[in-house]
Each structure stands twice: as C-alpha cells, then as structure tokens.
Design a protein around this ligand. Structure first.
Ligand SMILES: [Zn+2]
Length: 160
C-alpha cells in the first residue's frame, strides 16, 4: 500500500488482527522507506462501522481521529508509542463489541470508552482528555480544541 507519509509503495505488515465480531481485519503497516506506521482495513463492503453523532448524522469510524486525540492527551507523558497503539486497539475492539448489533456506536459512548481506557493508562492524560472532552459534543470538536491548546500544560484555574 502507498505510504500516506512519503508515498512509498513498499511496506511490511507488523500486526494483523481480526476485529471483535469478525467483520473486519485490521493491519498495522510500517513503511520500509520512512518507517511511518499506518493502518489498513479489510472488511465486507456494505458493513462499514459508523459513529452516530449527537445530531444523528453518521460518519465512518476513524481510528486516526481517535489516535490524534489520545496522542494529544498523552503529549509529554511517559507512555510509549507501543502502549498508545495497544490502547487504540483496545478502544477499537471495545467499540466493535458495543456496536456489534447495528455496526454503529454513539459518539458519546465512544468518547466514554476513550476516557475509560485512558484512565487505566495515565491519570494526567485522562484528566486532560476529560476536562476538554466533557465540554464538547463529539470527538471532532475535542480534537480541534486540544490542537489549539498545543503543547501547553498551563490550565485555566477553573474550579468545579
Ligand atoms: Zn513512508
């Protein structure tokens, strides 16, 4: 597959896994040119897993989006890339189990899942994610908001 980072067509599969429910196979790939890691899916065409937003619109489940949010929350935290990857895998698998019946999951349930998994991995990242996420309707808004925050660790002194 073509590397989304450098355009190289030479990659190797580093992990291949059947998702819970068996509707899809996920492959983690590593570009032999630049080392960039990306994910490909093989699935039955008419059964794409969807995320249902609060306004009832649906969008395809996007692993990369979750990964961006989690990466941001974990910025400068002592958590290895491997742990992050397995965290994302756990989130994805749990989402697939939750949404098994109709191949979709509520955006809120997905966000809660991310929170739950982050809490188990890193408390600081959990608080970062939670403090921002709770104010938003969905992961899109969260990701753009946390990107605005950048790497700053300063917080507004808001008491609840
Ligand atoms: Zn590459």
């Amino acid at each position: 597959m073509r590397c989304p980072h450098c355009g190289n067509f030479d990659d190797k599969v580093i992990e291949s896994r059947t998702l819970a429910g068996g509707e899809a196979i996920r492959r983690r790939r590593e570009c032999n040119g630049c080392g960039y890691r990306f994910t490909s899916y093989e699935r039955i065409e008419d059964k794409q897993f969807m995320v249902v937003k609060k306004d009832s619109r649906r969008e395809p489940f996007d692993r990369a989006k979750i990964e961006r949010g989690v990466q941001r929350a974990l910025e400068k935290r002592p958590v290895s890339q491997m742990n992050i990857e397995s965290l994302i895998n756990e989130i994805e698998d749990a989402a697939a189990i939750l949404g098994k019946g109709n191949h979709e999951i509520d955006a809120k349930a997905l966000g809660d899942l991310v929170l739950e998994k982050l809490a188990a991995l890193d408390k600081v990242a959990y608080i970062r994610f939670a403090s921002v996420y709770r104010h938003f309707e969905n992961l899109d808004e969260f990701v753009s908001e946390i990107q605005k925050m950048g790497g700053k660790s300063s917080r507004k002194g808001k008491k609840s």
